[in-house]
Design a protein around this ligand. Sequence first.
Ligand code: ADP
Ligand code: MG
Length: 728
Amino acid sequence: MSELRFDVIQDAFKKKAAVVETPAVKTSEYFGELVFNRDKMRKYLDDKTFKAIVNCIDNGEPLDRKTADGVAAGMKTWAMEHGVTHVTHWFQPLTDGTAEKHDSFMEYDGKGGMIETFDGKALAQQEPDASSFPSGGIRATFEARGYTAWDPTSPVFIQDDTLCIPTVFISYTGEALDYKTPLKKALKAVSDAAVPICQMFDPKVKKVFSYLGWEQEYFLVDEDLYAARPDLMLTGRTLMGHASSKNQQLDDHYFGAIPSRVAAFMRDIEIAGYKLGIPLKTRHNEVAPNQFELAPIYGETNLSNDQNQQMMNVMNSIARKHGFVVLFHEKPFDGINGSGKHNNWSLGTDTGTLLLAPGKDAMGNLQFVTFFVNVLAAVQKHNDILKASIATATNAHRLGANEAPPAIVSAFLGRTMTAVLKKLLEVPSDTPIEIAGKKGKSVGLVEIPEIFVDNTDRNRTSPFAFTGNRFEFRAVGSSANCAGAMTTLNAAVAEQLIAFKADVDKEIKAGKAMNIAIMDTLKPIIKSIIDVVCFDGNGYTDEWKAEAKKRGLDTLTNVPEMFKSFTTPKAIELFTKLGVYTEKELEARNEVKWEIYTKKVQIEARVTGRMALNHIIPAALDYQTKLLKNIDLMKDVYGDSYKDMAAVSMGFVTKISELVNKLKVQVDDMVEARKKANVIEGEYEKALAYHEIAESLFPLRKTIDKLEEVVDNDMWPLPKYRELLFIN
Ligand code: ADP
Ligand code: MG
């Protein structure tokens, strides 16, 4: 066996679980140790400063400079007690992951020595050089100024020796250059839109929260095997690799025992997560071998999304301690399941009512149905941008494949809620929506179970599924920043709620009672959605694709084209009216998305080409030479009858020639296509050309995979799927 491959397999296989330093106290005692939360604020800030910052967090009141100085001083004292020496503004640019630029606390004290300083100005705002972050032409590179501004609603935290301040990232001219800014605007919009509706039911409601509970799927690969795969190192996925004889067909991985090295890793990331105040709840094996999942208890969307980004960073760094690399890519391996990040989403009031869960009485149920129906209407109207919000070059491999949501956004309601909506269309508008069982046997009543216990009524093929007290947006990719999807969803819902409330008000003005006005407004909406966006069937079938098209849902599968939906008049109206994005921002973001799409495919194409020429073809030819020598020797020994004796070798020689020649042509064609694409001017047109190149990588890898089947195992230069997927 090629020495390198043999060695890395052996080394990887022999690794034992790393020792995890478990805190001596119970989890609740160190939970949140590394975040400057309210407990720390109370302890490290004076009373006046504490009240001012809480008022700023809870009610959006601005902070004056003196208060900011006070907060910074308290943070510095707390941080230095934890050995912190540096501070950074932590933000989420439009690339993958987060960005930070560390500055130390050190300043000259003016007396020849040094002193640690950190004040309100440094806390509130910084000016990192924004020129190297994608901006979609908003900011020409020579005008490099962008700034980061503190987001007090997400607590400051400590990572190693650095105090991290969650911030938004904005261009000098005021355009958002990050994920957080529009998300916060959408969250405010949905709260402002939902509160007046909630107040019809409970005048005490002042604020509505959007909640997010993410489920992070990921793969773990041994770092030695990873380092022997240039494709994994440079693109995060395997660009070639024949299927392992055993894959996920026995379903023996899902919920199986967690391998010991992996269990140690999970324990370690959980400890780190708890210290950061992240309420991690669930861990388990996923469907594919070496695939796992991690999920916290849901929380307010902006905070929960920050925590997801923090966790991804923590997982990347802790994995190396355990000899693993985490793959967040949506499709690291062909032929087995990819990874998603289900976004469980709901709305809830500051009085503690979940708006997408059944209520305690008929009025509570009316409120629930009101929000339920309006969410569906929003998803129907904006199904195209919801899909575009989760579309990326990497998630494209997962969507539409038979494992993940199809490239069509529809909603799964389940039998109960479908029946409820249909029933509501039949009964008079003042019929109360009762809690099931309360009034004895139901005849002609509209009934809702108080709690949906029926977990079996689930549909894995739906991208947007109702699961009892929330919707699960399942199409989000594992490597994504949830903010893209959450901004779009919350904005769409906000727009719908505003229109709905205006219609209800008209009915009330015309003299109708509140509940009748609501139901009369809901009925036409129910009629318009029940046979369009609502779909409980199998989303994987071709019939559904045809049917969805007939229903007017967006069925595009080409990712660069999907982004265009963000600049249709409908989308521009949505986002500009709510103040979530300006038209310029929408255009700029599309530019960024096309550019990132192009670059990702370009890198994959280059890596594939080079690996084909420098790894695969040489290995195949080496083996062919070995076979030819064998044939030669046969000739020496058997004379004329060598052809029969060397039939197998001769067959393989021919096969290798055919495949190698084919592969070379495929690589040459791809290089030509790239040359043509690279000179295209517009980002959109270029991304379209790269979309074609992305499609061509699939037949190309099939040729390589066929060679893997033929070539001597000893001579194959790359760790194989069976090694990448089954060593842990
Ligand atoms: P599943 O059965 O889909 O795997 P899990 O129990 O793993 O579900 O939970 C999925 C996520 O949904 C968790 O983060 C959980 O806290 C979250 N969740 C539960 N209720 C809500 C809600 N009302 N709003 C948002 N997220 C929620
Ligand atoms: Mg789930």
